[in-house]
Every structure is written in C-alpha cells, then in structure tokens.
Design a protein around this ligand. Structure first.
Ligand code: HEM
Length: 420
C-alpha cells in the first residue's frame, strides 16, 4: 500500500487520508504523526455504559450553540460472518467489543461505536424478527436511482476526534495490532467476522475540512473555507434532529435498539458552487424565505440551535414551489415532522472515498418506515417545481443503501432474530 506524500498535504488532511487508506502501515504513519496524543482510557466496568448503543449525545461535545458536535473521523467497516452465530462466537465478539470500551473513553476524545445487523443477517434464523422491529430489505427510494445494496451481515461504525483511535481500534479487531491505548488485546474478531475491505467506507466532519480537498477535481476552489460539510453549510441543528429517545424501539425483545439507514451519495459540487449564487444555494438547501431574510450567513453562522424553519415555512413548501419556482431541501424534509418533532437523528459525514466528494448519510430512526417517509418528503415528487430547483436533488447521486438494526448493548453480539 502506498502512503500519501506527506509534504503535499496539511497535517489534518494527511491524517484524514491515512484513515481512508486504513491498515497497519497507515496506523503506524498516523501514530508517528500524532505526537503523543493523550487518549483518555475507557472504563473498567463496561456494564456502566448506556444500554443503548446509539447513546452518544450525552457524551459528545457541543458547539457554542449547544448542538452536538459529531466526532471528526468515521470508519464504516462492513462485516461478513465467518460461520454460524454460535454462543462461542457471541462471547468472542462481546469480549472484543468490551476491550474497546476498556481501552477508550466513550467520548469524542476516545471512541464511540455501534455494531448494526442487516436484514440479510437475520434471514438465517428460522424465526422472523419480532413485530416491534421494522427492518425491510433496502430498496430504491427515488425515481431514477439504481443503488447497490448492503447485503453483507453487519457494519461496525467507529468514530473519534483522533484518526489514530479509529485506525487502531479497527486494526486491533482485524489486524495484527496487539495493544489498544495501552491495553493488551486478548480477543480479536478472527473466526467471527471477515472485514470486507473493498466496501470499507470512511469520512470526516469539521469546519474547514471539506475545503482541504480542493486538490480533487470534484471539489472547486470556491467551497467556503469554514464549511463543515461539502455543500457549504452547517447541519445537524438540535431542533431539527430527533432525540435518542425518539429513535429508540420501546417494546419487545429489542427494546433499547434503533434502526440505521446508510445512504451513500456522490456530489456534483462544481455545478453547485459554480452555477448557482450563494442566495440560490440558501434557497435550495433551506427555503426561499431564508434567502429573502438573509437568515443563514455564509456557512450557517447566523443560525444557532435551529435551522430557522417555522411551521409556516414548512407549510408553505408547495406554494413556494408554485409561486417562487424553487424549494429548500430542509423545508421539504421537515414536512415529515410530526407531533414529536423530526423523526430522524442524522449522523452523516463527508467522504472522499474513491477520490470524489460524497456523503455517507447515516440516519437513526425508530423504524425504517420513518426514513422512507422522510426521504419521500425530501424527494418532493409531489411538488410542482422543475428538477433543477427541487432542493439539492440534482446535485446528489445515490450509490448505495443499507438498512440495519442496532440492538441494545446487551444483545449486540450476534443476536438471534427473536431473542425471546
Ligand atoms: C448531500 C446530502 C445532504 C446534505 C448536504 C444535507 C444538508 C442539510 C442541511 C444543511 C440541512 C439544514 C440544517 C439542519 O436542519 O440541520 C438539512 C436538514 C435536513 N435533512 Fe439533509 N442533507 C443531505 C441529505 C439528506 C438526506 C438523504 C436526507 C434523508 C431523508 C435528509 C434529511 C434531512 C432532514 C430530515 C432535515 C431536517 C428537517 C427538519 O428540520 O425537520 N438530508 N440537510
């Protein structure tokens, strides 16, 4: 494996590139670059961690407006089961995951992670999933898309502010690395899962990180310096996110679980930044009124804990399409809100996998139906507006989709379809 030319990249970009490459050589380059980072140790009592795997918000840091700050580095490791899910393999997987929890604090500075299982994994059991779990096979969700589907067994999502931590955790579980943050690894995942390296996905979130990729032909120089996401604006405001309670399955044997959808998207950033004005970008991403009232700022700095969408603006979506000839992405998607607010907890991140800009749009919701309903609202096939002005639809291209169940921690190791 060839490492990138260190002298051609900023330190942050070099570390990001090492995460994308993965493997032992990338890890050792990363360690020598990360001059003695002090990574906080985990807990001696993993049972003290929350029962929900997706309980990240209480431990993650917040920005000045109180919005959750996602970790900077992400790896999605697709997994294929080596044999049948036996109790011995369950114990081995649980041991290995507990080693991660002992090694790293459950935080941005340490490591947060989840393991999720596909419908294909659960198909091997005689009994179906209980009725309280809605986990259909992934399918195309919009006209014209032809995505590949995640049909392997499971995915491990590793996230940390330190590139060294995500790489080390992955190598500890699947490679030859024998120590995690000073803790000896007694159990890895060999004989339980194979890592599907050709489908490994990586990414990053953080102000200034997208603009470090203007060396790629798909990323224009005009991308704002401080943008945290490729399309140029802040995202993930507290008021437009579901709470962790809202996305949790409450009943049945998988109480405490959630479902996860991963939609991978390629982005047409040159057209986005070079064809449209800033004001048009605000109309298409937020709503026409956001642009009229200059509510957003260059990258969303004028917004705080809300994306500024009022009930009135959300209800005006169809009228905006007709009378203004343009509708906003957030405005459309917000039509899926109900009495409990937005149904999706979005934890998406930027990617340059394949040397092209994209997004791995990862969303948690109580049921995959909540995702489908929100995606339909976002697609806005019902709206009387030309495709180029229908939010961001003409700049995004879906390449993959996957549905997962993230069981509660106590059932995370190779769960049976019906644990009762
Ligand atoms: C490249 C892809 C995408 C980009 C750049 C993007 C960007 C944004 C931005 C900037 C906002 C407004 C800020 C906020 O509310 O946090 C937003 C809101 C939202 N987006 Fe996206 N998004 C993308 C894809 C998707 C997809 C695939 C979905 C799936 C349904 C989605 C669902 C939502 C929802 C539900 C909201 C909040 C609506 C509300 O306020 O209730 N987005 N997005």
């Amino acid at each position: 494996m060839t490492l990138p030319d260190r002298s051609a990249l900023s330190r942050r970009d070099y570390l990001r590139t090492l995460v994308a490459i993965g493997g032992a050589t990338a890890l050792s380059a990363c360690v020598s670059e990360s001059d003695e980072i002090d990574v906080p140790a985990g807990t001696d009592d993993p049972d003290s961690l929350p029962e929900r795997q997706h309980a990240w918000n209480d431990t993650l840091t917040r920005d000045d407006d109180g919005n959750v700050k996602p970790p900077e580095h992400h790896v999605l490791v697709p997994l294929s089961l080596v044999g049948e899910p036996t109790d011995e393999r369950r114990a081995q997987l649980e041991d290995a995951l507990r080693t991660l929890e002992r090694a790293y604090e459950w935080s941005n500075d340490g490591l947060v992670f989840t393991i999720g299982y596909t419908p294909a994994y659960f198909d091997r059991f005689d009994e179906p999933l209980p009725e309280s779990v809605a986990l259909p096979n992934p399918e195309p969700l919009a006209a014209g898309e032809d995505p590949a589907f995640d049909e392997f067994d499971a995915v491990l999502h590793l996230a940390s502010d330190h590139s060294q931590v995500v790489l080390e955790a992955e190598e500890g579980l699947f490679g030859d690395h024998d120590e995690l943050n000073g803790i000896e690894i007694e159990t890895d995942l060999s004989g339980v899962f194979d890592r599907l390296e050709d489908q490994r996905r990586t990414g990053f979130v953080g102000a200034g990180l997208p603009a470090e990729h203007t060396d790629l032909s798909g990323v224009p120089d005009s991308i704002p310096e401080d943008a945290p996401f490729f399309m140029g604006f802040r995202s993930g405001f507290a008021d437009s996110q579901a709470t962790e309670d809202r996305v949790t399955i409450e009943d049945g044997p998988f109480a405490g679980a959630t479902t996860q959808h991963i939609e991978s998207l390629d982005l047409q950033l040159r057209t986005w930044f070079e064809q449209d004005s800033q004001s048009m970008r605000v109309r298409k991403l937020f709503s026409p009124a956001h642009a009229d009232d200059d509510r957003v700022g260059e990258v969303g700095e004028n917004l705080s804990a809300s994306n500024g969408l009022t009930d009135e603006r959300i209800d005006a979506t169809a009228a905006d399409a007709r009378t203004r000839g343009v509708v906003g992405h957030a405005q459309k998607a917000a039509r899926a809100r109900d009495d409990d607010g937005p149904p999706l907890l979005r934890r998406d991140f930027n990617t340059v996998d394949g040397d092209a800009p994209g997004v791995h749009f990862l969303a948690l919701q109580r049921s995959i139906d909540d995702f489908v309903r929100t995606r339909e609202a976002m697609t806005g096939a019902d709206l009387d507006v030309m495709p180029a002005n229908n939010g961001i639809l003409s700049y995004i291209f879906v390449t993959r989709r996957g549905n997962y169940l993230l069981p509660p921690r106590s059932l995370r190791a190779l769960p049976r379809a019906n644990p009762q």
